[in-house]
Write a protein that binds this ligand. Structure first.
Ligand code: ADP
Length: 461
C-alpha cells in the first residue's frame, strides 16, 4: 500500500477518534446539565413541600418540646444527654406525620423524582445574658439527630439548605428567671435515588441519535477504506498485467526483428538454409504472438460467454489420448504417472474446452517446478462427479494465496515466484471453463510441497 493511502487511512481513523471524543464530551456536558436541571427541579419540589403551614406546625412540635426540656435541663432536672435523647425521641414520634405530608407533596410537585429528604441537627448552643456560650450539641457530632425525614448516609445526600433557629428564651428558676439566646442550627439534605434512570430517560433521544450517527460514520469510513483498498488492488493488478504482457511480447518481437534483418541481409540472399531458418523462426514467433493474443482474448471471457459444444464421450480414453499427445511436447526429464480408471460412465462435456483446462493445469505444474506429475481420472460415486486430479512436486502454493489464485490477473508476487513468466489468466480461464460445465476446481497445496488441482465435472444421466 502506498504511503499516501496509509496516511489517508490513518488520518480518517484519527478524525473518527476525534469525532468520538467530541461527541463523548458533548454527551457528558449534556449529562451534567441534565443533572443540574434535575437537582434544581428536585430542590424546588422540596421547597414547595417544606414551606407549607403543615410542615411548619410539625416542626413546632419538636421545637416546643425541646424548649420545655431545656427548661428542665437548666433547672438540673435532667442531664444534657437526656435532653438530646428526648429531642431525638420526639423527632422519631413526629416523623411519620411529616413523611405522610412529604410523600403527598412529592406526588403533587415531583412525581418524577424518587427523592428522599432529611433534616438533621448541626449544632445547638446557648448564650447567657453576659455572653457565655454553652455548647449543647457540638458541630460534627458523631451521633446525628434526624429531625425530619428518612435516614440516609451523609455521603449519599446532597446538602440543599442550612437553617438557624435563633430565639431569646426566658428560663424560669425557683428564684427568678434568665433570658438565653438559643442558636439551633440544622441542615437539610436530599437524595435522588433514580438519578441514572431519570438522566438516561432525558438523554435517550440524544444517545440513540449519536449512536446511529456514529455507526453511520464508522460504516462510511469502513466502506471508503474498503473501496480504496480495492481500487489499489485493481491498480496493482493492472500494472502487473501490463508489465507481464509487455515482457511476454518483447521476446517474440525482438526475435522477429532479428529474423527479418537476416532475410534482408545481402549474405542471406541466395543462401537457402539461412532463409528457410529465418522463415521458420518468423513462423514460430508468429504462432507464439497469436497464442498470447488468443490467451488474452479468450481469458477475458466469463463462464457465461463460453459457448460449449458438449458431447458424450469416454473420459478414460479422452485423458489417455490427451496425455499421449501432451507427452510429445514436453521434455523427457518430466515424468507423468497415470492413474486412469475405466469407468464406463460417459462424460458429457466440451472436449476442446476440457482439454484446454487440463493442459493449462499440466503447463502450470511444469512451469512451477514440477518434474514428477501424477494425473488421475476416476468417477467419484459419492458426489456423482468425474474427477480429474493433476498433482505436481513443484514449488507449491502457500495456503494464504490459495483463495486468490483463481482470480483474474492474480499472480503470486513472492520473491521466488517472480522468475516464472505468466499473465495471471490461466487459472481464471480454467475455472471459468469448469464453471461453464457446472463443475468445481480446487487446490490442495503447501509451500515447497507441490500442488494438487482437482477438477470435478458432474455426471449427467
Ligand atoms: P500465471 O501462471 O500466468 O501466473 P495462473 O492463473 O495460471 O497464472 O496462476 C496463478 C498463480 O497461481 C501463479 O502466478 C502461480 O503463482 C500460482 N500457481 C498456479 N499453478 C501452480 C502450480 N502448479 N504450482 C505452484 N503455483 C501455481
Amino acid at each position: 500500500m502506498q504511503l499516501k493511502s496509509k496516511v489517508l487511512i490513518l488520518f480518517s481513523v484519527f478524525t473518527l477518534i476525534a469525532l468520538i471524543a467530541i461527541q463523548g464530551y458533548l454527551i457528558y456536558n449534556s449529562y451534567e446539565l441534565k443533572q443540574k436541571t434535575i437537582t434544581i427541579d428536585a430542590r424546588n419540589a422540596i421547597a414547595k413541600i417544606y414551606n407549607t403551614p403543615a410542615v411548619d406546625s410539625i416542626a413546632w412540635l419538636y421545637r416546643t418540646d425541646f424548649l420545655n426540656h431545656l427548661e428542665s435541663y437548666k433547672n438540673n432536672e435532667i442531664s444534657k444527654q437526656e435532653m438530646l435523647l428526648l429531642l431525638d425521641e420526639k423527632a422519631k414520634e413526629i416523623n411519620p406525620g411529616f413523611l405522610k405530608v412529604y410523600n403527598e407533596g412529592l406526588k403533587e410537585y415531583g412525581d418524577d423524582f424518587d427523592v428522599r429528604f432529611k433534616k438533621i441537627v448541626t449544632s445547638i448552643s446557648l448564650t447567657d445574658s453576659i455572653g457565655n456560650t454553652e455548647i449543647l450539641y457540638p458541630e460534627k457530632s458523631i451521633d446525628t439527630i434526624t429531625l425530619l425525614g428518612e435516614n440516609f448516609s451523609q455521603q449519599e445526600g446532597m446538602l440543599i439548605n442550612n437553617s438557624t433557629w435563633q430565639k431569646d428564651h426566658e428560663v424560669f428558676y425557683n428564684n427568678g428567671s434568665e433570658v438565653f439566646n438559643l442558636n439551633f442550627k440544622s441542615s437539610i439534605f436530599m437524595n435522588i435515588s433514580n438519578w441514572n434512570s431519570l438522566i438516561i430517560r432525558e438523554l435517550s433521544g440524544l444517545l440513540i441519535l449519536s449512536s446511529l450517527l456514529f455507526l453511520f460514520v464508522v460504516g462510511l469510513l469502513y466502506y471508503s477504506i474498503q473501496n480504496l483498498l480495492k481500487q489499489k488492488r485493481v491498480a496493482t493488478i493492472k500494472t502487473d498485467f501490463i508489465n507481464n504482457i509487455t515482457h511476454e511480447l518483447k521476446t517474440p518481437l525482438s526475435t522477429l526483428s532479428l529474423a527479418t534483418k537476416t532475410l534482408t541481409n545481402e549474405h542471406a540472399k541466395g543462401n537457402e538454409e539461412m532463409t528457410s531458418e529465418a522463415i521458420q523462426i518468423i513462423d514460430r514467433q508468429n504462432t507464439r504472438l497469436q497464442n498470447l493474443i488468443d490467451q488474452v482474448l479468450q481469458s477475458s471471457l466469463g463462464y457465461q460467454q463460453i459457448q460449449l459444444s458438449t458431447e458424450a464421450f469416454n473420459g478414460c480414453t479422452f485423458v489417455k489420448e490427451l496425455l499421449a499427445d501432451y507427452c510429445l511436447t514436453i521434455s523427457s526429464s518430466i515424468t507423468i504417472d497415470k492413474n486412469i480408471e475405466s469407468t464406463g460412465i460417459p462424460i458429457i462435456a466440451d472436449k476442446f474446452y476440457l482439454s484446454t483446462a487440463i493442459i493449462n493445469m499440466l503447463n502450470n505444474a511444469i512451469k512451477y517446478g514440477g518434474t514428477k506429475l501424477k494425473v488421475a481420472y476416476l468417477v467419484d460415486k459419492e458426489d456423482s462427479t468425474h474427477t480429474f486430479t493433476i498433482q505436481d512436486n513443484g514449488i507449491g502454493i502457500s495456503p494464504k494465496y490459495q483463495k486468490y489464485i483463481f482470480h483474474k490477473f492474480y499472480r503470486i508476487s513472492e520473491k521466488n515466484t517472480h522468475n516464472y513468466k505468466g499473465l495471471g489468466l490461466g487459472l481464471y480461464y480454467t475455472s471459468q471453463i469448469i464453471k461453464a460445465h457446472n463443475g468445481t476446481i480446487s487446490v490442495e497445496s503447501a509451500t515447497n510441497k507441490g500442488s494438487t488441482f482437482i477438477i470435478k465435472i458432474p455426471i449427467i444421466s
